[in-house]
Design a protein around this ligand. Structure first.
Ligand code: RP5
Length: 163
């Protein structure tokens, strides 16, 4: 079996079906030239993979973990419970409750285990990538300059009026 991939930012998701959402996390990382890897790690279908990932990530060069899951979305919290790395979570929109179940099961972490929860769905995934880049920029002044320029380009794209 292939081994788990690790990069400076490692993006994990509970299912292949989460990829349409989680691909949005890769956009700001690519634009800002931050190396990332992606993997499918299911808390309930591949629990041993989850343990291996959470225990190994910080030893393999990952500095920030982005974890997306839907429904009973315990993946980010379980990783945060085992890993010393910051975990940014994305609640994936679910079939039956449009992501409210994902959001509540991710955001309501008990005291002592921190998870940085983003908005539900594609915007949350994009912002997870952006936040990961901002975290890394604390120790990388060139990345910080790229972030500042990225923000300026974003502002420039907002028209002054609708005419
Ligand atoms: C969660 O259950 C996954 O994160 C996904 O959002 C949801 C459905 O998973 P699949 O049935 O597509 O594997 O574990």
């Amino acid at each position: 079996m292939k081994s788990l991939p690790f990069e400076k930012v490692t993006i994990v998701m509970g299912s292949r079906s989460d990829w349409a959402t989680m691909a949005n996390a890769t956009k700001p990382l690519s634009e800002l030239e931050v190396p990332f890897a992606t993997a499918v790690v299911s808390a309930h279908r591949t629990p041993q993979r989850l343990v291996e990932f959470a225990n190994e990530a910080h030893k393999k060069g990952t500095q920030v973990i982005i974890a997306g899951a839907g429904g009973s979305a315990h993946l980010p919290g379980m990783i945060a419970a085992m890993s010393p790395l910051p975990v940014i979570a994305v609640p994936v929109e679910s079939r039956f409750m449009t992501g409210m179940d994902s959001l509540l099961s991710i955001v309501q972490m008990p005291k002592g285990v921190a998870v940085a929860t983003q908005a539900v769905g594609a915007s949350g995934a994009f912002n997870a990538g952006l936040m990961a880049a901002q975290m890394l920029s604390l120790a990388d002044s060139e990345l910080q300059q790229r972030l500042i320029a990225w923000r300026e380009r974003q502002s420039d794209q907002v028209p002054l009026s609708v005419e």
